[in-house]
Design a binder for this molecule. Structure first.
Ligand SMILES: [Zn+2]
Length: 191
C-alpha cells in the first residue's frame, strides 16, 4: 500500500442497471478500481463481467451468492468461496486475485478456502455506507471526504438488497475529482 494512493473497491455486482454507469464514471475520470463480484451474478451477466475486466479493473471474489458467512455450515461456506471463484474464472478465463467476505464477516474456513484458491483476503478502511437509511448522497459525500492516502474504500455497484448505487452515482464524479485535486491517485489493489 502506498501513502498517496487510494484503492477504490466496488462490491455486489455485476448489476445490469448500475455497473455500466459506474464503469462510465470511472472511465471519464481515468480511474481504475477493484470489483468484488458475486459469482452467480457474473454468470447471469457474463458480457458485463467481461467488460469490467476488459476495462482494466481488478476482479475479486465476493462468493457465489452472497449468503451471510455466519449462517451456514462450514461445508456450504467453503463452497460459497470455491463456487464464486469458479464462476468468475469460467466467465473471465482468469482466476480472481482477491476475496472479500459478504458483510465483511470473516470466517476462518472461508478465508482458508480463498487462500487455497489463490486469493488474498481484503477488507476495507473506509466504507461509503452507500446502503440503507444512511445511504443518501449527502451522507456518502461526507464519509468519503475522510478518505486519505493508503485507504481501501468500500462502495457498491450492485443493487443487491439495500444498496443505493443511485445515491452513490450522484456524488461519485465529484468524489473522484476531489481526490485528484488533493493529489491522491487511485490504484488497483496490489496482488
Ligand atoms: Zn457484499
Amino acid at each position: 500500500m502506498t501513502a498517496d494512493r487510494v484503492y477504490l473497491t466496488f462490491d455486489d455486482g455485476p448489476d445490469p442497471e448500475w455497473t455500466p454507469r459506474v464503469l462510465d464514471t470511472l472511465a471519464d475520470a481515468g480511474v481504475k478500481a477493484t470489483f468484488f463480484a458475486v459469482g452467480q451474478q457474473a454468470l447471469r451477466s457474463p458480457d458485463l463481467m467481461r467488460r469490467v475486466h476488459a476495462a482494466g479493473h481488478a476482479i475479486g471474489n465476493h462468493t457465489y451468492s452472497h449468503r451471510h458467512p455466519w449462517f451456514m455450515f462450514s461445508r456450504a461456506a467453503r463452497a460459497q468461496v470455491r463456487d464464486g471463484a469458479k464462476a468468475l474464472s469460467d466467465v473471465l478465463g482468469v482466476a480472481p486475485q482477491f476475496y472479500r467476505p459478504p458483510h465483511g464477516r470473516q470466517r476462518a474456513c472461508m478465508s482458508d478456502e480463498a487462500q487455497r484458491c489463490g486469493e488474498r483476503v481484503v477488507l476495507w478502511d473506509v466504507s461509503a455506507i452507500d446502503w440503507g437509511p444512511m445511504g443518501s448522497a449527502d451522507n456518502i459525500e461526507k464519509r468519503l471526504a475522510a478518505v486519505k492516502g493508503g485507504d481501501i474504500v468500500l462502495m457498491h455497484d450492485g443493487r443487491n438488497q439495500h444498496n443505493r448505487p443511485d445515491q452513490l452515482l450522484q456524488i461519485l464524479p465529484l468524489f473522484l475529482r476531489k481526490l485528484s485535486d488533493r493529489g491522491l491517485r487511485t490504484a488497483l489493489l496490489p496482488s
